[in-house]
Write a protein that binds this ligand. Structure first.
Ligand code: ADP
Ligand code: MG
Length: 691
């Protein structure tokens, strides 16, 4: 762009002199031309009209007396046309008569001068009218400008995108500035400072209508000019410098859209003639450009906000998908577990239900379970028991475990380890338990295997006990045999007459035989009782009796000879639900271990007591104790510290299995060199006083 002139020069005064007298015409023209005014001259009305159509004039000097259409008629015609409606018309008349004057003013003339008037008067009148006309046109222009700007401002209020801004401002300016073409160019992405300018919105208006797109501009040229950060508008009349492509115009007026000291676009108006682009148009285009700049800035902010919210939406969508995938993954994990699982919230509403829980005889489809109350779904179990288990898990935060038995479709028993696992979801309620997870694990195989092991162990114990029993039975049998022999020889001697002493003797032998025989019987009965297999039975049991029976069996063990047995039982102890044979097995295993631990002798102490809800049985010895590093492993199957042939390592594993099956716990305390105490804790049935 060449160094641009800021505004078009103010229009010079242009006069039209209409007079049929050629001499008078020339004389008048000279007077005005000498004043520096531009003058056109016409000899009659038609010529005057033609000239006015071609050239822009500011004032008409008119001779009223002309052949053909006279001056007053022409005056009326001019007043009827919008282009000349307000143009000052001065009638110059030869005659200074009232009738003439009235006629002139009636026709619409602004002034009346007689031809004999001095040059000075004529000029001062013309100048006064030119001045007034200029003022009026200025006022009209400003008025038009103001209403244009108000309209444009209102329109731009609703333009939220750069293209809308370009369209509104180009359209409005095209109309208001009377341009042949008007284009607006708005850089988009111009709002965010430092950001790469991403694109541009272009809208062009001409006679044909409007078009959008940068193809209509010499874009590089325009960007180059904007790059110089122009402060003001430029006017170009060299087509080589035009920004509008292929347009048949002669002048371009280009105003930059400036915001915060940056040119962020341009408003280009093209005119056919230099005179069409006057100060009024220039001011109007500049003002429009200013408004457009503000609107363009706002639209850029709007676009930035919109794209931010769009990318936010994308991010939200991505995170949602991620969470969904995570949820599905977790669900798959839960579904793949070989346990049946569900979860309830504090209102006992089911919030999770895995695939395994849908299967089997007691399975329920997930769709029928989710959202419902757990007690409405698990109807096979007594509601009170279930409620108690749940509320304990909610209150204590401890895992509740119970073993349950059910019968499969084929009639075989199934064993379940059912756990209620408290869960805290944190946040809202501190560390309160918010949910409880119910897990059912099929432990039939484990239980079956445990029982098989227990049976084997028991047979081994029976074998060991039998050896002791045989030894123990030998003594009474020898006594019985000796008594029988003595009786036999007395009978052979014929010693049994009427003598009182003989009868007394006989009764003594018989009593001995009977008592010894009963002793044998009680020993073998104990052994038979123990060896009988009644696994799984649950009846109320007095643990005191179980201890006594166990001690009776154990006392015959030869290796226990150096061991002193002590039994201490709290009176009125509650009973427990269980299998007496199995519990006796536990006590015998513990006692055998204790005896093993006291090779030099010692005390084996059985104590039965209670801690309220549970019955406690402690088996203590004064033996060698258990090394701390062995303590965690003693309940493991096959863990033994005994020499091959002496220990199987199964005893305590069996105890653990039996006690767990009785819903009980087994614990141990030991001090090396001082002794060991195993304690069984079994759920108490009713207290004896109540029951
Ligand atoms: P086993 O008696 O066949 O070794 P158990 O399972 O009965 O198997 O016992 C495992 C181990 O625990 C024993 O080998 C022993 O080391 C230890 N143990 C068990 N009870 C006692 C006890 N009362 N005193 C010391 N050690 C014991
Ligand atoms: Mg053992």
């Amino acid at each position: 762009m060449p160094a641009p002139s800021n505004h078009p020069p103010p229009p010079t005064g242009t006069l039209l002199v209409v007079d049929s007298d050629a001499e008078a015409r020339a004389a008048l023209s000279r007077i005005f031309e000498n004043e520096g005014l531009r003058v056109f001259a016409a000899g009659d009305a038609p010529e005057a009209l033609r000239l006015l159509h071609r050239e822009a004039c500011d004032l008409i000097v008119l001779d009223p007396e002309m052949p053909g259409i006279d001056g007053l008629a022409l005056c009326r015609v001019l007043r009827a046309q919008s282009a000349t409606k307000r143009m000052p018309i001065i009638i110059i008349s030869r005659r200074d008569e009232e009738e003439q004057k009235v006629g002139a003013f009636n026709a619409g003339a602004d002034d009346f001068v007689v031809k004999s008037a001095t040059t000075g008067e004529l000029l001062s009148r013309v100048n006064a009218h030119l001045d007034a006309a200029a003022r009026e046109s200025d006022l009209v222009g400003r008025n038009r400008e103001l209403s244009f700007l108000a309209d444009l401002g209102r329109g731009l209020l609703h333009a939220l995108e750069p293209l809308q801004v370009a369209r509104r401002v180009a359209g409005a300016t095209y109309e208001a500035a009377n341009a042949v073409v008007c284009a607006a160019f708005v850089e988009s992405g111009a709002g965010a400072a430092g950001e790469e300018r991403s694109g541009a919105a272009v809208c062009v208006f001409d006679r044909e209508g409007s078009a959008e797109g940068a193809a209509l501009l010499h874009l590089e040229r325009l960007r180059g000019w904007l790059g110089t950060n122009p402060l003001a508008a430029a006017v170009a009349d060299d087509p080589a410098q035009f920004f509008l492509r292929d347009a048949e115009h002669h002048v371009e007026y280009v105003a930059p859209l400036r915001f915060e000291r940056r040119a962020i676009g341009a408003l280009i108006a093209a005119f056919d003639r230099r005179e069409d682009c006057r100060e009024t148009e220039a001011r109007l285009i500049d003002a429009a450009a200013q408004q457009a700049a503000l609107a363009a800035h706002i639209s850029a902010l709007y676009e930035a906000a919109r794209s931010a919210s769009a990318s936010l939406a994308v991010e939200v969508e991505r995170r949602t998908a991620e969470a969904e995938a995570q949820r599905r993954f977790t669900e798959t994990i839960i579904d793949s577990l070989p346990v049946s699982l569900y979860a309830v919230d504090r209102d006992y509403r089911i919030v999770a239900w895995n695939r395994n829980r849908e299967l089997g005889g007691q399975g329920v489809p997930r769709g029928e379970a989710l959202g419902r109350n757990i007690f409405d779904v698990l109807t096979r179990q007594p509601r009170e028991t279930l409620e108690r288990e749940f509320s304990r898990a909610f209150e204590t935060g401890h895992i509740e475990r119970v073993e349950q038995e059910s019968v499969a479709a084929d009639g075989s028993p199934r064993h379940w380890l059912v756990s209620k696992i408290p869960m805290q979801t944190g946040s809202s309620d501190g560390d309160k338990v918010s949910h409880v997870i119910g897990v059912g694990e099929d432990i039939t195989e484990r239980v079956t295997a445990n029982r098989a092991v227990a049976r084997t162990e028991k047979l081994a114990a029976v074998g060991r006990l039998a050896a002791g029993v045989v030894h123990e039975i030998n003594n009474p049998l020898a006594t019985i045999a000796a008594c029988a022999e003595a009786l036999e020889s007395r009978v052979a001697e014929g010693a049994y007459g009427e003598s009182i002493g003989a009868v007394a003797d006989l009764s003594e032998y018989l009593a001995l035989i009977r008592s010894e025989a009963f002793r044998c019987k009680s020993i073998t009965n104990g052994l038979l009782d123990f060896s009988r297999n009644r696994a799984g039975e649950r009846v109320p049991i007095d643990v005191g009796h179980v201890i006594e029976a166990s001690v009776r069996l154990l006392q015959h063990q030869r290796r226990g000879r150096t061991v002193e047995f002590r039994v201490e039982s709290q009176s009125g102890l509650a009973r427990v639900a269980g299998d007496a044979g199995q519990l006796q097995q536990v006590l015998i295993i513990l006692a055998e271990n204790a005896i093993d631990a006291m090779p030099e002798g010692g005390t084996l102490h059985f104590r039965a007591g209670s801690d309220g809800s549970r019955v406690l049985v402690a088996v203590s010895d004064t033996g060698v104790g258990i090394a701390p590093e062995d303590l965690p492993r003693i309940f493991d199957p096959f863990f033994t510290t005994k020499e091959v042939g002496r220990g199987t390592g199964l005893g305590l594993a069996v105890c653990y299995g039996i006690v767990t099956e009785h819903d009980g716990r087994i614990s141990v305390e030991s001090t090396v060199g001082r002794g060991t105490t195993f304690t069984l804790a079994l759920p108490a049935l009713e207290s004896r006083a109540e029951g």
